[in-house]
Design a protein. Structure first.
Length: 264
């Protein structure tokens, strides 16, 4: 049933895209890359250079990887390294590279007295309410790993911990309206900062690293254009495009830091 829903979702999204005689590439990616404006910035360069039309489906990383397993994508742009490695080891991906990174941060309606991540978690879990995306996205998986690292079991949490099942942007909006705390990728937060009432509560770029990867889906899984997928994969990690990624800014802040590299 879950896979059927994903296929239906994909069909609905693609049906909204107008017919185009250009060559077409299907990229399935995260809501953070879509919601931060990054895709609207970077993809036209590829389309103009190669006269290619790029279709984008933006879902959580977990759903993106499932669509990749089903052969319903040419390229994946995702951010959950462990899940990506499982995807590759199971033969669903032909090749993968690190692409770029930023970081996650905890935000809330006001700052709280804490100097470490452990203290932040203690303050939130004891005194406040928290929104989790709850959708197996890269952000959700990072959040779960943080709770587990410090000895928490989210299955035992009470009513103060709620899952939105929504995108990063929608979750931020809900947290702002409800006065909840949440975990967010920096790009989406910076892109939406003027429309929400949430402030950084804890941030540490090294501790809360957010690594994005690009995956070329195994062409044996689908009937799409392997040639276009190969073209995009090589293009997005090309040195001049990596430099271009670094120029994307919102409110004069650089949102992504390129680090294209090897399989691991």
């Amino acid at each position: 049933m879950k896979k059927l829903i994903l296929v239906i979702l994909l069909g609905i999204v693609l049906s909204l895209v107008s017919c185009n005689k250009q060559k077409e590439l299907l990229i399935v990616t995260t809501t953070s890359l879509d919601g931060s404006g990054f895709l609207n910035f970077i993809l036209p360069y590829f389309e103009d250079e190669y006269d290619v039309f790029v279709k984008v489906v933006a879902v959580g990383t977990g759903a993106a990887l499932e669509l990749g397993e089903m052969g319903e994508a040419d390229i994946l742009l995702v951010h959950d390294y462990d899940s990506e490695m499982i995807f590759m080891e199971n033969g669903f991906g032909e090749k993968r590279s690190n692409l770029m990174y930023n970081d996650f941060l905890f935000v809330g309606p006001f700052d709280i007295p804490s100097d470490t991540l452990e203290e932040t978690l203690e303050e939130i879990s004891t005194n406040y309410s928290f929104y989790s995306r709850g959708d197996l996205s890269g952000t959700h998986m990072k959040e779960l790993s943080i709770w587990e690292k410090y000895g928490y079991d989210v299955s035992t949490f009470g009513d103060w911990y709620k899952e939105t099942g929504q995108s990063m942007g929608a979750t931020l909006t809900m947290a702002s309206q409800s006065g909840f705390f949440t975990l967010v990728d920096r790009a989406t937060y910076c892109f939406m900062v003027d429309s929400i009432d949430l402030v950084p509560v804890y941030e540490n770029p090294e501790e809360l690293l957010n690594q994005y990867g690009v995956i070329k889906v195994n062409p044996d899984l689908y009937d799409g254009s392997d040639e276009l997928a190969e073209l995009f994969y090589n293009w997005i990690i090309r040195s001049d495009i990596q430099e271009l990624i670094a120029t994307y800014k919102v409110n004069d802040l650089q949102l992504f830091f390129p680090n294209a590299g090897s399989y691991k």
